[in-house]
Write a protein that binds this ligand. Structure first.
Ligand code: ACM
Length: 506
């Protein structure tokens, strides 16, 4: 009945009802979790839930629960009240989300639900996540996503006990984060003249400008809002490829400084990449400094994917750099470039992350990698000593269609990622050696937005496949048919109460 499905749930007889008179005991560092509960329940229930030392609801930080880890919690509902215990604040927040789901679905609406009975069934839950990294990437570059949608997304991710929102902030088709030292990145780089309709290679366009960028205050607000809900916002600044928008703003950062490029209006892989001269390294370090100022996340993503090196193969500057470094070929500049920027992050106490799209060992050490093509690339990466966040497209890419029905919206070609495929995502397969599985930090879903122009489309791609990915990341024992599908049936009214335009695909 709860999603993600709790590791242990024992139903009991009876129920407890929250009323106007119900009070909350949440001493010390448990107080923010009680505030979160009040904030989440207020719009629908209007319950004041004031503090009181004898509160029927008690939220307690208890070192004795350390065995459940930072994020584990114990929730006991009896006819007398609700008792939530955790060793850390993250565990209390997850317990609050579970309590929310135990209430009738109307508790999740954003307007008063008069006449509803705020009753919770008696139950004993002991719960903890299997994986420490449970993420969702949102691509705000291909189509700009308004701040309000990101804030709503944070709330919805927290409901599903995700803990990372990975923001893909820059790409060929748009640069969305302001950088004080390089104002043209958003002045020029945040707007494209038109947008390709259809998949990469199409010859149709919508002939309307598309643009958008966040202010630094908006991004700070997002980070703080997410932190209150237990979610870390990890920024991604793409390099050395996927930078056409930056090159439109600052052509001298490219391999042919005299050339003028527009913010890309196509989909696919663009050949225009950063040069490797010193000015480019200064640029990237400066952008990363401003990124680190905005985002306290321990992990910072540098992209690194889909970087054709044809420009480096003919650029005098890149050829000279290749020779100076004693590299065998210009393509080896890719690993060198990432290593330079990874070192800058490490020197500032952060951890670099990049995509992995082969198992060839070309990524610098100290990077945490996200294998997005084959799960086997993840295995190869663990053997090379990388930590990995498993992101294989066949189960975690939400831009693939979820059925072959004729009315399915346009998606990427080559796979169908239906609900069962999303739930079959196994981040740390049993056949891997223990040391390899230990390298798996977790898993995450990817919402690329080439074809997402409305919130309805966003929701349709995200839900309920995110519910399946959340379930797998949290509870490995959840069986698709026996556990997940029945839980999803009970969960759909909650998605509806939240106003989510979720897919009805099986
Ligand atoms: C990717 O899909 N290029 C990470």
């Amino acid at each position: 009945m709860i999603l993600p499905t709790p590791v242990e749930l024992v139903p009991a007889a009876g129920h407890f009802t929250l009323t106007e008179r119900t009070t909350v005991h949440a001493p010390g560092d448990a107080a923010p979790a009680a505030d979160l509960l009040r904030t989440l329940l207020a719009p629908a229930t209007g319950l004041p839930l004031p503090p009181h030392p004898d509160g029927e609801l008690s939220l307690l930080l208890d070192p004795a629960e350390r065995g459940l880890g930072e994020e584990g919690y114990r929730l006991r509902v009896t006819p007398e009240g609700v008792r939530l215990l955790a060793a850390g604040p993250a565990g209390l927040r997850h317990g609050v989300q579970t309590l929310r789901q135990l209430l009738p679905a109307q508790a999740l609406t954003d307007r008063p639900a008069p006449g509803a009975d705020w009753t919770v069934p008696c139950v004993d839950i002991t719960d903890r996540p299997r994986h420490a990294w449970r993420g969702v990437m949102v691509d705000v570059a291909r189509h700009f996503q308004p701040l309000e949608l990101l804030l709503r997304t944070v709330d919805r991710l927290a409901l599903h006990k995700f803990n990372v929102l990975h923001l893909h902030l820059t790409d060929d088709q748009g640069w969305r984060m302001p950088v004080d030292a390089y104002p043209r990145l958003t002045e020029i780089g945040s707007v494209r003249a038109r947008t390709m309709l259809g998949r990469a290679g199409s010859d149709r366009y919508d002939d309307r400008p598309h643009g958008g960028a966040y202010s630094k205050d908006e991004l700070r607000h997002l980070v703080a809002y997410a932190a209150e809900r237990g979610i870390t916002v990890m920024p991604e600044i793409e390099m050395p490829g996927h930078v056409r928008a930056a090159l439109a703003a600052y052509p001298h950062l490219g391999n042919r400084p005299e050339r003028r490029l527009d913010v890309w209006t196509e989909w696919g892989v663009c050949e225009n990449i950063l040069g490797v001269h010193d000015e480019v390294l200064v640029f990237c370090r400066t952008v990363l400094d401003e990124t680190m100022d905005l985002f306290p996340s321990r992990y910072i993503h540098l992209g690194g994917d889909e970087c054709p090196t044809v420009e480096w193969e003919t650029s005098p500057g890149a050829l000279a750099r290749t020779a100076e470094l004693g590299l065998a070929a210009p393509r080896e500049l890719h690993g060198w470039f990432l290593q330079q920027m990874g070192a800058h992050l490490l020197a500032n106490g952060r951890r670099p992350v990049c995509w992995a799209e082969s198992g060839d060992g070309s990524l610098p050490e100290d990077f945490t990698v996200m294998p997005w093509r084959d799960a086997d690339h993840g295995l190869a990466a663990t053997r090379l000593g990388h930590d990995v966040v498993m992101s294989p497209y066949r189960s975690t890419y939400l831009d693939y269609p979820q059925s072959d029905r004729p009315d399915e919206p346009l998606g990427q070609e080559g796979a169908i990622v239906d609900l069962s495929a999303a739930h079959a995502n196994e981040p740390a397969p049993a056949q891997w050696a223990a040391a390899e599985r230990d390298r798996v930090l977790g898993t995450q879903a990817q919402l690329w937005t080439e074809f997402v122009t409305t919130e309805e489309q966003f929701d349709y791609l995200a839900y309920p496949r995110l519910c399946a990915i959340a379930d797998r990341a949290w509870n490995p024992a959840s069986d698709y048919s026996a556990d997940f599908l029945p839980a999803l049936a009970r969960h759909r009214p909650r998605l509806a109460a939240l106003g989510i335009h979720h897919a009805d695909r099986p």
